[in-house]
Design a protein around this ligand. Structure first.
Ligand code: ZN
Ligand code: ZN
Length: 357
């Protein structure tokens, strides 16, 4: 079941002079219908009907999960079913999600008789950029599980274990503490590897005194969390202390400054200014944050060039970082809910970076 209204999509249909909207992106299908196998279904929404198109494997699941939707049984291909359905209900101008339909599929859909296809972008993503209380509750639970994994870190981490081994221990924690799944492949990156923001865990052993970046998230009822902490086993060097203090100050400045109504790039600027003032500007090469929900990267963006406007109920990461090739990196990432006057920080994991070796 979903409490997601489709009225705003019908308003957009009317404004565009279109008769129907074909939804293909998996997370959008799930968001609107509640059907959890969104990658194997499509939606067709008109001014007065709402169809879900899927095949034999899912007929029963659709009836349970998406009871408000009229099931259109696909017996061959999506383009064949689409052509049949649009003929039956007599729609001509069909908006479709151009970012989620390949050129090959487009060519096949376009063979439907008397149908004009109209590419559109972001219709559902705009709705997903503001979370309702049920969605925030799911995200909160996903955050708590990831916080639990980070709290368990001192008992999981040992010098000499590899990045891969620690990533697996964290994944086991998440999967055995109430998550549906991990939200994305866990990053554990030690020493020079931590200078790569999206490092993949390797067989390199974790060495005392080096920065270790841990980036992880859990999924609850489809909703993701996303958190990063940087730690050091034993005493860090002076550079670690300096870089860590700058990244933490940048994050605090952003969390103090962000509120609804700002553009994503204005949110980014709070942290970027602190890092630039400390002369590490060149070493912060990614955006401050991104929206999180059914997908781990979604709207709104809080990047350097983002024109997305933050709204009350937007859920975004605040994750400044400094990356120094050859030495390593520090990133600290919280998940926050944007409010009228500020943010509520959901992530509660400790930011004390020094762990006993
Ligand atoms: Zn992350
Ligand atoms: Zn992130």
């Amino acid at each position: 079941m979903t409490d997601t209204p489709i009225a705003p999509l019908r308003e957009r249909l009317a404004a565009e002079g279109a008769d129907a909207f074909l939804v293909k992106h998996a997370a959008n299908v799930r968001y609107l219908s509640g059907f959890t196998a969104g990658e194997d279904a499509s939606l067709l929404i008109t001014s007065d009907s709402a169809f879900i198109l899927t095949d034999f494997r899912y007929y029963e699941q659709v009836e349970r999960q998406a009871p408000g939707w009229e099931l259109f049984r696909l017996t061959t291909t999506l383009p064949a079913g689409f052509a049949e359905l649009v003929r039956q209900i007599g729609v001509r101008r069909v908006a479709f999600e151009s970012a989620s339909i390949t050129y090959g599929l487009y060519e096949e859909l376009a063979r439907a008789e008397d149908v004009e296809l109209l590419p559109v972008k972001g219709w559902v993503e705009d709705l997903r950029a503001v979370k309702n209380p049920r969605e925030i509750a799911c995200i909160r639970r996903a955050v708590e599980i990831a916080d639990g994994a980070l709290a368990a870190l001192p008992s999981l981490i040992r010098p000499g274990m590899t990045e891969r081994e620690l990533a697996w221990e964290l994944e086991v924690y998440i999967r055995t503490h109430g998550a549906d799944d991990i939200a994305f492949p866990i990053i554990v990156a030690g020493g020079p590897n931590s200078a790569m923001p999206h490092a993949v865990p390797s067989d390199r052993p974790l060495v005392p005194g080096e920065p270790i970046v841990l980036d992880l998230g859990a999924k609850v009822e489809g909703y993701c969390s996303d958190a990063t902490r940087t730690v050091c086993l034993g005493q860090p060097d002076d550079r670690f202390r300096e870089v860590y203090a700058v990244v933490l100050a940048a994050q605090q400045a952003a969390e103090r400054g962000i509120h609804a109504g700002l553009l994503g790039k204005e949110a980014d600027a709070f942290a970027r200014q602190v890092i630039a003032d400390a002369r590490f500007g060149e070493a912060f090469g990614h955006g401050l944050g991104h929206g999180v929900g059914l997908e781990v990267h979604e709207r709104p963006s809080a990047g350097q060039r983002s024109e997305d406007r933050l709204q009350p109920g937007s859920v975004i990461t605040v994750e400044p970082g400094i990356y120094l090739p050859g030495w390593g990196g520090v990133r600290i990432e919280d998940l926050v809910v944007v409010t009228e006057t500020g943010v509520e920080v959901l992530t509660a994991a400790s930011k004390e970076p020094v762990l006993a070796p």
